[in-house]
Design a protein around this ligand. Structure first.
Ligand code: SF4
Ligand code: SF4
Length: 667
């Protein structure tokens, strides 16, 4: 029986061996040198504390799941690009491992490692897997070419680098199979049929003489070798392929968040700073700069951005790319005297963002955009004092009367008429119900406050409210960039709550929930904060209230961004809906992490809308699933959804309800 295996460097001999090893060293030196240069460019950003080794195990697990096994790349509605990337990634990974194994068996390394394996059954399995890997990679590249230059989704922009990178990879793969085919064609041993792609390509050379085959093989071999090592070096000099390094690292840096997702970084020192926020790219910290370099231009963020989808002048992908262009210019010594705002990024772009974090959470490599936007908003708001008249009024109301409406503290308890509600400033209570400005002062949302209080009373919860002593939590200030006024207001709240000895807070507003839970610890406020959906769900599980099926017709649930995506509270509201529905429940196409914003976050509810209303798009989805009730769990969402129902002239057939109203109605 013929021996199974193959000679490494067959037909090309010692010359090729030495060229290969020299090229390998040269390409890796170029790669390392390129990365060193890039490292210096990343350091254009400001230093920032980052304990990478903290939660290192979690980071590695995240990386294995997300990068190696493509969990974040193969998201729902991303099957085509996800599989395309998976094929290319795994194809190349296996080919790289296979090439390494071949090198270790070569005479050059064999004395070091002392192992031989490229023969017998191992060789057959090895050959089959490598051919499969190469084929998958080719399929992936062809899928990418079809998508980029055939179907051309709106979210992709084609640059010269995209075509060069894809074609280079394709030529490397195809020449690899041609080299294999020529080698097999020389004597066509029957066991080589396991190299099934090489077996097919070998038929291209069957008519050639032995000399012809060896000549063709040698020419193709050198071509393949130069292109392959060239590709390694090209990775670091190409904008397109560098993401292999930067995106991978960003998954390790950002995938496991080292601060709560909903918190914004605080400005620590207002006394000595000469300006606030960022208007030059070197004002960002190095991790933010690194984000820019890690962006693969995949456009998923754009596809999920409510501002972009409602025709506003904001694409998170473009924002990142525009900042990246600015960073590259700055790193090459070009000083932007004019600043970023209105030269690189338009003001309207900054104010179009609802801070919904859909871009960040759905980005396969976890790139945040709002953390950059907020720095520029801070510059506008605090350094330039350049804000719209609506925001000026908002700030004035919050300064003078501590609520966005300017209605004042005397009206904050009006909603309690007829209810047994204690004041937490006068009586010792177990739970503070933080009502929030909207539920305290907006007529529609006062019904929600009543419902929450009714549920707590029914369950026998010892609770109280602050009433006239409750002030805005500060979310609209913080997320519009007025960090100074936010800190002043929020610090007052934190000190007051600490003085009262508050331990547990329940709120029906996801924005208050997020601020109290995630922002206040920066100011010394460490409370157990629950959203009313979590609290109601807990009361029901403990048997302190019963959830009765009273909700007729088709119902759907709208995830508020700061409850769902930002704080990952998805199941408690759904558990409640499951119990209170009498008819059916149907999810809208965009739910949970992909939930679509109502348009009110990031301070937008207090600003004029000059473009398409985001809530109209969301309502179209609810109409699409034939919902009669749009359930939500946020006062902003409730206002937005009611407006959308009216604007869509659906008031006769649809209604929007807060989840607590349904529960309270069935008690
Ligand atoms: S920020 Fe993320 S989602 Fe957006 S284009 Fe870049 S890599 Fe893709
Ligand atoms: S936070 Fe939301 S609105 Fe802002 S850029 Fe990202 S997806 Fe768009």
């Amino acid at each position: 029986m013929e021996p199974v295996g193959r000679e490494i460097f067959w037909n090309v001999g010692q010359t090729a061996r030495w060229i290969a090893y020299v090229l390998m060293v040269v390409s890796f030196v170029l790669l390392v040198y390129g990365l060193k240069m890039r490292y210096a460019m990343w350091r254009l950003g400001k230093p920032v504390p980052f304990a990478f080794t903290q939660r290192l195990f979690e980071r590695i697990v995240y990386y294995i799941k997300s990068a190696i096994f493509h969990k974040t790349i193969l998201r729902p509605r991303e099957a085509y690009p996800g599989m395309m990337h998976l094929f290319i990634f795994w194809g190349f990974l296996l080919l790289a491992i296979g090439t390494g194994l071949v090198a270790f068996e070569d005479d050059f390394f064999r004395p070091v490692f002392g192992i031989t394996y490229l023969h017998g059954d191992f060789y057959l399995i090895f050959s089959f897997i490598l051919d499969l890997a190469g084929l998958l990679a080719i399929v992936g590249v062809v899928m990418a070419l079809i998508r980029r230059y055939g179907t051309r989704p709106d979210r992709l922009d084609n640059q010269r680098d995209d075509m060069i990178a894809l074609m280079w990879i394709l030529v490397v793969l195809v020449t690899g199979f041609l080299v294999e085919g020529a080698r097999i064609a020389f004597d066509r041993p029957s066991y080589e049929v396991v190299s099934f792609v090489g077996w097919v390509t070998s038929s291209l050379f069957l008519g050639a003489s032995k000399e012809g085959v060896t000549t063709i093989h040698a020419v193709l071999y050198y071509l393949h070798m130069f292109l392959s090592f060239g590709l390694i070096a090209y990775v670091v000099y190409s904008g397109r392929l560098l993401h292999i390094v930067t995106s991978s690292l960003n998954m390790l840096f950002r995938g496991v968040e080292d601060a709560p997702r909903g918190a914004l970084p605080a400005i620590a020192d207002f006394e000595t700073a000469e300006e606030f926020g960022v208007n030059q790219v070197d004002g960002f910290n190095w991790r933010q700069i690194f984000d820019l370099d890690a962006c693969t231009r995949c456009g998923r963020c754009q596809d999920r951005c409510p501002a972009y989808l409602s025709q506003k002048p904001l694409s998170p992908k473009k924002l990142i790319q525009d900042l990246k262009g600015e960073w590259l210019r700055a790193a090459n010594g070009v000083k932007n005297e004019e600043g970023l705002i209105d030269n690189v990024i338009e003001e309207e772009t900054l104010w179009s963002c609802t801070a919904c974090l859909s871009c960040q959470v759905n980005c396969p490599v976890s790139i945040p955009t709002f953390d950059k936007n907020i720095e520029m908003r801070r510059y506008l708001t605090m350094t330039l004092s350049k804000v719209s008249p609506e925001l000026k009024l908002l700030y004035k109301n919050l300064q003078n009367r501590f609520d966005p409406y300017g209605m004042g503290k005397s009206q904050r308890l009006e909603w309690t008429a007829g209810l047994d509600v204690k004041k937490a400033t006068e009586e010792q209570v177990d739970v503070l119900y933080w009502v929030g400005c909207v539920a305290s002062l907006d007529d529609r949302n006062r019904k929600v406050a009543k419902s929450v209080a009714t549920i707590m009373n029914k369950a026998g919860v010892s609770f109280g409210v602050l009433g006239p002593d409750e002030k805005c939590c500060g979310d609209p200030l913080r997320r519009t960039g007025n960090e100074y006024q936010y800190q002043e207001l929020a610090q007052g709240n934190v000190d007051f709550l600490n003085e009262l000895g508050v331990k547990t807070i329940v709120t029906a507003c996801p924005h208050c929930f997020n601020t109290l839970k995630n922002d206040y610890p920066q100011l010394g406020g460490n409370f157990e904060v629950q959203h009313h959906t979590q609290f109601i769900s807990m009361l029901a599980k403990e048997g302190r209230i019963s959830l009765n099926p009273t909700l007729e017709g088709v119902a759907t649930y709208h995830d508020p961004c700061y409850l769902g995506r930002v704080n990952q509270v998805f199941d408690p509201p759904r558990d409640i809906v499951d119990k209170v529905k009498k008819g059916s429940f149907v999810e809208m196409p965009r739910n949970r992490d992909e939930g679509f914003c109502c348009g009110g976050g990031g301070g937008k509810i207090w600003m004029e809308e000059h473009h398409q209303h985001i809530c109209h798009l969301r309502m179209d989805e609810a109409i699409g699933v034939e919902a009669a009730t749009m359930i939500t769990a946020c006062p902003y969402c409730l206002i937005m959804m009611e407006d959308a129902i009216k604007d869509k002239e659906k008031s006769e057939s649809m209604k929007a309800l807060d989840i607590s109203e349904i529960v309270a109605g069935g008690l």
